[in-house]
Design a protein around this ligand. Sequence first.
Ligand code: AKG
Length: 285
Amino acid sequence: MKALCEKPRIENVTNHGIAEELLEKVMAVALEFFRLPPEEKEKLYSDEPSKKIRLSTSFNVRKETVHNWRDYLRLHCHPLEEFVPEWPSNPAQFKEIMSTYCREVRQLGLRLLGAISVSLGLEEDYIEKVLGEQEQHMAVNYYPRCPEPDLTYGLPKHTDPNALTILLPDPHVAGLQVLRDGDQWIVVNPRPNALVVNLGDQIQALSNGTYKSVWHRAVVNAVQERMSVASFMCPCNSAVISPARKLVADGDAPVYRSFTYDEYYKKFWSRNLDQEHCLELFKGQ
Ligand SMILES: O=C(O)CCC(=O)C(=O)O
């Protein structure tokens, strides 16, 4: 199992239990949202990363010098009752479809975290307990057609700062790429009814580096617009992340110091996206 884990993990997951019809509805209502007139959408615009609902562009326009060819709607999704009232009411079906999807994705995420714990030789609920009452965020990504795709990205190379990302990719247009062996970019072709699961930085830290969070990026193209819906399972802010004691007791030295997710997340958003791995800053005792 350890040898299997040492590669950065990104998996196309089928048989995930979420109905194909729901996935289609999510994509359709997301596209409908981005097709709304600018006057309708601009009410939601913000470049403040801490806002719990915002429409924005590129990645972090306050920090970056080169912008990316992406618009995105960022939503907090857990607990749903707290956030859904603020979500867009246009398109009319948006709240209902997205909240149904969020509930199902959360269940899938928790099942996956259980399976990851077991794969590391830990109790099934180990990771869930460490991460606490996990937040859930969503990025609804829209990449318009780009006249000069060689000059920019949809999203440049990055790893995800959270624990686990479940990505619903555009079923018709490829654009996600994953870094393998440090220098090879592999295209992740969309597969019917499949979700893409990325391990994030917190799983790398908790597993003491046994699992690696995956470097990935989104490229754009001149011919077709593309969409994706990323659901991020995030530790609660006060969760203390450190290598699982059992993994360290097996003889491996702890690779990372303890930190709270709050500390990590602030550090992540204070930097540019494609700098060195943020976890490098948390190495040592
Ligand atoms: O659009 C994609 O395929 C990737 C999206 C992504 O990496 C993200 O939202 O963090």
